[in-house]
Design a protein around this ligand. Structure first.
Ligand code: COA
Length: 164
């Protein structure tokens, strides 16, 4: 059956859409949508996207009809002295994923996740990591796709998996 979406490599011109998905990732809790400028300017979140697309940045965009973007997953290598929530080691990229609310629970997230893991592997990264709040169902998706717990915080978990 046609899933209604396709994946393509994220380009530099996708920065605005990736920003939308970063806002989604930061406001996953029902009723918790945070203002775009607040998320994109916060120290916690801007590090995942500022200056996109840098040398080691890469990712995928899911598109629906007429190539309209509906979701994205990307990764960035963050330095040890300014790590992200999901930092597990030097040169291990951190993953960010978000799907437009109207497109959720239709397989887009899983497809993006699988695709971006493979992409990271082909780009020479042996591992990839992420951070997820413990009560976000996405945690189950990550576990089902092979991510294992690396560290536990008060409300967050850091997970990682090998790319191959
Ligand atoms: C997390 C997210 C990327 C998953 O993308 P998605 O396209 O909705 O996921 P999929 O359709 O591929 O579904 C993956 C699995 O999650 C399950 N799932 C989807 N929506 C769900 C929900 N609201 N509650 C519980 N499980 C859900 C699906 O059932 C599926 O499992 P299954 O195949 O065993 O049934 C997306 O929901 C999202 O953008 N959420 C808000 C942002 C966010 O939380 N990002 C991650 C921050 S760490």
């Amino acid at each position: 059956m046609d899933s209604g979406f396709a994946l393509r490599r994220a380009a530099q011109t996708d920065a605005m859409f990736l920003g939308d998905m970063l806002v989604e990732a930061a406001s996953w809790r029902a009723g918790g949508v945070r203002p775009r400028h607040e998320v994109l300017n916060s120290a916690d979140h801007r590090r995942y996207l500022a200056g996109w697309k840098r040398m080691a940045d890469d990712g995928l965009v899911a598109t629906g009809a007429h190539e309209v973007p509906v979701g994205a997953a990307w990764y960035r290598v963050l330095p040890q002295n300014a790590p992200g929530f999901g930092f597990v080691g030097v040169a291990v990229p951190e993953l960010i994923i978000g799907v437009h609310p109207l497109w959720r629970a239709r397989g887009v997230g899983r497809a993006l996740l699988r695709g971006v893991i493979e992409l990271a592997g082909t780009q020479g990264h042996a591992r990839i990591s992420l951070s997820v709040e413990r009560d976000n169902f996405a945690r189950n998706l990550y576990r089902a796709e092979g991510f294992a717990l690396v560290a536990e915080g008060e409300s967050r978990e850091t997970m990682a998996r090998r790319t191959r």
